[in-house]
Design a protein around this ligand. Structure first.
Ligand code: WTA
Length: 637
């Protein structure tokens, strides 16, 4: 589907201009290319004060009819989904659009049979297997709101998310494969559900063939349930502004919040951005390596490609198993043409033997993408040279869970590309840079806080169950603007370069954590009195987690204490949030009003202790000397 795909720089400029002058006309023409049960009455209603943003109000649709049903006539026998398992020796599986349609309908009927209905919230905690894709789409088919929780989060994190959304059902598996490891997923669900009273049913997909605890009346096997259900399931009619999904993400304060996306606008933006950024063509084999548990997996593994009628690849494994050439082997195996991954994966593979890349042809590749964190120039060049053979454009795509889709990015072979620069906004996207007073910086060769001044169809509508939190988090810092939390530069030609977060969010291997969230987890440890967490530059992960911790009784040997603290974080959040360094300290640098001066801690964490700035306003300046000394000694993990 190449509708509204801009093909030249000139066309991009025209589309951009039009999208600013007449956003409603622009988006409504694009939206008209989709299948609607009923056309919308109003294209856009908005204010950024409350905020209240409604796209395609009054329109009726079901996103899965657009992902599946509408392709059946022309693409019924085209491959929709290719699944490559963790172990290359296990056979891959392919589904045509017709087969995927059937699988989704069957899963939807299993959901209905077990009591799920429109508006229910359903938590999905599953490995990267085809049933995860079926499950997500099945929820959308019946109008249930999916809340996918990445299967690396702990039971406590899952329980928090289930309780926040009051989910009535959990979809999971017996276990999962990750490289050489097998992980007992169902056991984590059982533990989580000890503190979740809203969940009535758990549907378990068999992956490993493990015997698992099945609670009578609550837990059922998917393979039993699916036996006698129909292969057809009419799609529920949804309002454009009905919720499609909730996805939890971390901010600078409190617990992760449930970012809400709605059916109509998200659909239009997912497809439009997918088609334009990657310059998707009908014969492409597209591979996004992100887990469906993150927004990238939602928008660019599932919805965007399927809405476009593309063939999308779902990979269960990791880049380094059975060896460092796994990604490239899979590209060759299926003739992948568009490849989309994260800088952290590239950096970890750069560390390996160059022959791990060079021994694959990678001839099929046309376009490469990067997402999740700033891509440093070294990684960009390695990716461009060794993977793309200097033939494939590398698009650096900047966006967020809250934006629903890619916002600032080069369009492959269409708009200018500059290493480590996200470059230009997509048509319809109006970024601005502001100074700390919120005043717009209009020149080029500047740096500022990145905001959006106009709504786009894929944007966040609310944070689940707490609209005020949405307002405070994104719309209150700068009046009348959506604030991204990122700082950015604009070069002399107007190309954007994203610098990174300016709030207390750290980005570890492309995963977002609030420093407060990690501190709260650490503080649960019985030995801990107080802690302060900051990010620091890390060669592979982008940012590492550095924790300064005050303990009650400091033992002779700090090692076991650190191990205990790590254990607590793994239990409360998950392995992905493990601190890289823990420094036990006797005090933290605080101002007289009790505020921790993170600026100083950040410098210490970065190893830049030569100029710590003015410490005279601290309650106890001596504490800084001790921290610096500790950081320079071996007293770290
Ligand atoms: C960062 C992931 C630089 C940024 C899609 C943003 C990036 C946060 C890029 C959102 C990029 C994402 N260049 N930084 N191309 N892409 N980020 O919600 O700080 O997991 O605010 O969404 O990741 O992370 P999230």
């Amino acid at each position: 589907m190449t509708n509204f795909q801009v093909k030249t720089y000139d066309e991009y400029q025209q589309a951009y201009k039009r999208s600013i002058e007449d956003p409603e006309g622009f988006w409504s023409e694009i939206a008209s290319t989709f299948t609607w049960r009923k056309k919308w009455n109003t294209t856009l209603e908005w204010n950024f004060e409350e905020p209240n943003v409604k796209w395609f109000k009054g329109g009726k649709l079901n996103i899965t009819e657009n992902c599946l049903d509408r392709h059946l006539k022309t693409r019924g026998n085209k491959l929709a989904l290719i699944w490559e398992p963790n172990d290359p020796k296990e056979r891959f599986v392919r589904y045509t659009y017709r087969e995927l349609h059937e699988k989704v309908c069957q899963f939807a009927n299993v959901l209905k049979k077990n009591g799920a209905k429109k508006g229910d919230r359903i938590c999905i905690y599953m490995p990267m297997i085809p049933e995860l894709a079926f499950a997500v789409l099945a929820c959308a088919r019946i109008g249930a709101i999916h809340s996918v929780v990445f299967a690396g989060f702990s039971a406590v994190s899952m329980a928090d998310r289930i309780n926040d959304a009051q989910c009535s059902m959990v979809l999971t598996s017996d276990g999962l494969n990750r490289g050489t490891k097998q992980i007992p997923v169902k056991r984590v669900v059982d533990e989580a559900l000890e503190s979740c009273s809203s969940v009535e049913k758990v549907i378990v997909v068999e992956r490993l063939g493990w015997a698992v605890n099945m609670e009578e009346g609550r837990d059922v096997w998917y393979h039993d349930e699916v036996k006698d259900v129909s292969k057809d399931c009419p799609a529920e009619e949804m309002d454009a502004e009905d919720m499609l999904f909730i996805l939890y993400t971390s901010g600078s304060t409190g617990k992760p919040k449930g970012v809400v996306h709605t059916c109509g606008g998200y659909m239009v933006y997912a497809q439009y951005s997918f088609s334009n950024v990657f310059q998707y063509e009908e014969s492409d084999i597209y591979w996004c390596t992100a887990d469906i548990g993150w927004i990238t997996g939602h928008t660019y593994l599932l919805y965007g490609p399927l809405l476009s009628g593309a063939t999308t690849l779902l990979f269960e494994g990791v880049p380094t198993y059975p060896d460092m050439g796994r990604f490239w082997q899979v590209c060759d195996k299926f003739g992948v043409t568009i490849f989309y991954t994260a800088p952290t994966a590239i950096r970890s593979l750069m560390g390996g033997d160059i022959d791990d890349v060079l021994s694959y042809s990678l001839d099929s590749l046309k376009v490469l993408g990067s997402v999740g964190e700033p891509i440093n120039e070294e990684a960009w060049h390695w990716y461009h040279t060794h993977v793309g053979k200097e033939r494939c454009p590398v698009v650096d795509t900047w966006w967020q869970t809250e934006t629903g889709g890619i916002m600032i990015s080069s369009l492959a072979n269409v708009t200018p590309i500059k290493p480590a620069h996200a470059a230009f906004p997509l048509p319809g996207i109006q970024p601005i840079l502001v100074d700390s007073e919120g005043k717009e910086i209009t020149d080029n060769e500047v740096e500022g806080y990145l905001c959006m001044k106009f709504p786009w169809p894929g944007m966040i509508r609310t944070t689940y169950g707490d609209h005020e939190r949405c307002r405070l988090s994104y719309f209150s810092t700068y009046k009348g603007l959506y604030f991204t939390g990122d700082g950015a530069k604009r070069d002399q030609n107007g190309l954007y370069r994203i610098i990174g977060r300016v709030d207390d969010v750290i980005n570890v291997s492309g995963h977002r954590f609030g420093t407060a969230e990690i501190e709260e987890a650490i503080n649960h440890n019985v030995h801990v009195i107080e802690s302060a967490v900051v990010g620091y530059p890390h060669d592979v992960k982008g940012q590492g987690i550095y924790a300064f911790v005050i303990c009650k009784d400091r033992p002779e040997n700090d090692e076991w204490l650190r191990a205990e603290i790590i254990e607590t974080v793994v239990e409360k959040i998950g392995k992905i949030a493990k601190p890289d360094k823990i420094q036990i300290v006797s005090g933290l640098p605080k101002t007289r009003s009790g505020k921790i001066m993170r600026r100083i801690l950040r410098k210490v964490a970065e190893g830049d202790v030569s100029n710590l700035g003015d410490t005279s306003t601290l309650l106890d300046p001596a504490v800084v000397d001790e921290i610096v000394e500790g950081s320079l000694s071996k007293a770290k993990v």
